[in-house]
Write a protein of this length. Sequence first.
Lengths: 115, 112
Amino acid sequence: GAVVSQHPSWVICKSGTSVKIECRSLDFQATTMFWYRQFPKQSLMLMATSNEGSKATYEQGVEKDKFLINHASLTLSTLTVTSAHPEDSSFYICSVPLGSQETQYFGPGTRLLVL
Amino acid sequence: GENVEQHPSTLSVQEGDSAVIKCTYSDSASNYFPWYKQELGKRPQLIIDIRSNVGEKKDQRIAVTLNKTAKHFSLHITETQPEDSAVYFCAASKEGAQKLVFGQGTRLTINP
């Protein structure tokens, strides 16, 4: 069964609003989670590394003030897209490494459409 | 940083034939190489992975080979079936870093 859940699965919002996406690890704890973005017919691009109890690490070119990440517990990380614009429309997916291994499991993704 | 190149971008094979997808990486410190299968609108699913201390790994119809010297690794699918149709992504990461760098993806179509 799935080891990572994500909510919501899809969201439509107006330009300028903020959207929060949750990523939960099921049945295991994760000090690290990853957030990816995937545009249609493209690959997965890492946005940031979410670290439990500390600040997230953002990849080059990703605005930390626009994509707020909070990893408040060992099973939950949230990504908030602030002041969303149509160009933020994408498929957002989180992944969680299983223990100290590199093996990562992905959430089902959240499809965001900003009108 | 790491850069992963994947080829081909699209691949069409007859059902029952084999399919091969190749990836190269740039960072010699990378030592973990997973392959993911992604169906339309779904999450990527891990199908096989290999670590740098191994040259080949097989799981039923799927195999992965790794050439550390040349810094490339390949996915081999034998006896392809229509349900193998999907987008396949290779990735690479370094021990301890965990974050994955993905290839561009290969859209595999199996023709009945």
